[in-house]
Design a protein. Structure first.
Length: 84
């Protein structure tokens, strides 16, 4: 930017005439719409990812418990068969 453009911009800011331009308001509305859409999509996306992660953790814990139970059952079966 050259010196004249900077002075013109500063003059518009001081006089607050920049707020009267429709392009500025269009840009503000577009940014607000995009930010709102991103928040809605991002919120639902991360909520779904969290639910999937919790389900996977629960599933892994259940599988580990089943394996421990299977080992304990086999140990009991083995002890009973050796006792007979």
């Amino acid at each position: 930017m050259n010196e004249q453009q900077i002075q013109a911009l500063a003059h518009e800011i001081i006089n607050q005439t920049i707020l009267e331009h429709w392009g500025f308001w269009l840009l503000v509305v577009a940014i607000a719409v995009i930010a709102g859409a991103a928040a809605v999509w991002g919120g639902s996306y991360f909520a779904k990812r969290g639910a999937v992660k919790v389900a996977k953790t629960d599933r892994d814990e259940i599988i580990a418990q089943l394996r421990r139970n299977a080992r304990a059952t086999e140990a009991v079966k083995s002890a009973i068969s050796l006792g007979e």
